[in-house]
Ligand binder design. Structure first.
Ligand code: PLP
Length: 422
């Protein structure tokens, strides 16, 4: 075994996780590729679990960051004013919010996805004066207590070590063969249902960790209508599905909804640097100064790369590119499901947030293991790791996208032919 891998396994807590699926030591990464210390090259269909939608070490962002650091631009400033912050806010408004007719205040809740979720839950409770939040089966929102309380996965929930309260789980779209929105609304109408009118509902338009379940646009629209009817705030957690992953900057655009609060993080900085924001409808921005605080809420290096990343969104060409590639991937996966009926597969997802759920126990994990051997990094999702999940960089060239798909087919084919020895 590699000495470096040994060192890490010896010293790092057993809580470590991805290192177990990809047991090698990485040294270098560029765009959609990574290399390990033996010089082996990998195509990256994992993309930092959605934090690297533009690939690794994008040249344009890197140059802006190098220039900023060379000029001794401010690195840490809590939430004091900096030129980097002002530039980011201005460009976010010009390139993203205004063209989409969205009017949001921007809150910096702390650097990670779970920080934005916690701030959203807190604000919804403060605005409405209510305590409960409705979350959905299969939802995943982060590892701190509030976020865990709206997360479905039982293993993660148990990790909290305390009762997770003031939340109610309802059925996500297609969770059962019924109209889950009508079911949900019945609970709200009926004063005997045991479910109080909540402060908010928190929804992922496509559930990443929960198994690449994509809610239909009609379903999302109905959820928005119900929220409006009952004075419930709609929080869209776009931490994983946002920033182009499903085809548009925000994953909810195509559904034609306007959430009250939006959670963003992961690929927001564009460069893999920690940055999160909570977008808040102006009338809901009722925080007292400093009421939600934190030391790392002004990651200036991340502002610099996030501002550069927004150049991808200046016109519609990037969205077009994502759509073309998602069609290629969708068609490929559909063909896999048809050509290999033994895997009992179902294609799931939207845009480049897509995968195959297999009813064959352990199959998705085996595919990702085999892919890793063959030089492709890909993870699983779903409560039983039943989905293999394709998350290529959105700007991956089509030839390398194709190469990655070929590795997947080779892995599937090998496993189907020889399921026991593999
Ligand atoms: N929300 C969603 C939808 C996520 O997928 C994740 C992480 O995967 C989070 C929140 C939590 O983000 P973080 O791991 O940065 O705390």
């Amino acid at each position: 075994m590699s000495k470096n891998l040994d060192t890490i396994n010896h010293h790092e807590s057993v809580v470590r996780s991805y290192i177990r699926n990809f047991p090698t030591v990485f040294t270098k990464a560029k765009k959609h590729k990574m290399w390990d210390e033996d010089g082996k090259e990998y195509i990256d269909f994992f993309s930092g679990a959605g934090a690297l939608n533009y690939g690794h070490n994008d040249d344009h962002m890197k140059q802006k960051l190098i220039d900023y650091i060379t000029d001794d631009g401010i690195t840490h400033s809590l939430d004091m004013a900096s030129t980097a912050k002002a530039d980011f806010l201005e460009k976010l408004d010009d390139v993203i919010l205004k063209p989409r007719d969205l009017d949001y205040k921007v809150m910096f809740p702390g650097p990670t996805g779970t920080n934005t979720v916690e701030s959203a839950l807190k604000l919804a409770r403060k605005v409405t004066g209510r305590t409960d939040i409705i979350s959905f089966t299969g939802g995943f929102h982060g590892m701190t207590i509030g976020s865990l309380s709206v997360t479905g996965n039982s293993m993660k929930r148990q990790g909290a070590g305390i009762p997770l309260q003031n939340t109610v789980t309802m059925a996500y779209d297609n969770y059962v063969d019924h109209d889950t929105v009508a079911y949900l609304e019945r609970f709200l109408e009926d004063s005997g249902s045991g479910v109080a009118i909540p402060a908010a509902m928190i929804v992922e338009t496509v559930q990443g960790e929960g198994g690449i379940n994509a809610a239909r646009f009609e379903w999302l629209k109905k959820i928005e209508e119900i929220c409006k009817r009952w004075g419930i705030l709609l929080i869209i957690d776009d931490v994983q599905a946002g920033i182009g992953r499903t085809g548009s900057f925000f994953s909810f655009e195509a559904a034609g909804i306007k959430p009250d609060i939006v959670c963003l993080s992961k690929s927001l900085s564009g460069y893999g640097l920690p940055l999160a924001i909570t977008l808040i409808k102006p009338e809901l921005d009722i925080w007292k100064p400093g009421e939600h605080n934190g030391t790392f809420r002004g990651n200036n290096h991340a502002f610099v790369t996030a501002t550069a990343a927004l150049d991808y969104w200046k016109d519609e060409s990037f969205e077009k590119e994502i759509h073309e590639k998602s069609e290629i991937v969708h068609n490929f996966l559909q063909k896999i499901v048809t050509d290999y009926p033994e895997i009992k597969g179902e294609v799931r997802g939207r845009g480049l947030m897509i995968g195959i759920a297999s009813e064959v126990e352990g199959f998705a994990e085996k595919v990702t293991e085999k892919c890793f051997e063959l030089g492709l990094i890909m993870e699983t999702a779903g409560p039983n790791d039943e989905v293999f999940k394709l998350f290529p960089a959105l700007n991956i060239p089509k030839e390398d996208l194709q190469k990655g798909l070929e590795i997947i087919e080779e892995s599937v084919k090998g496993l189907v032919k020889d399921p026991v020895t593999n």
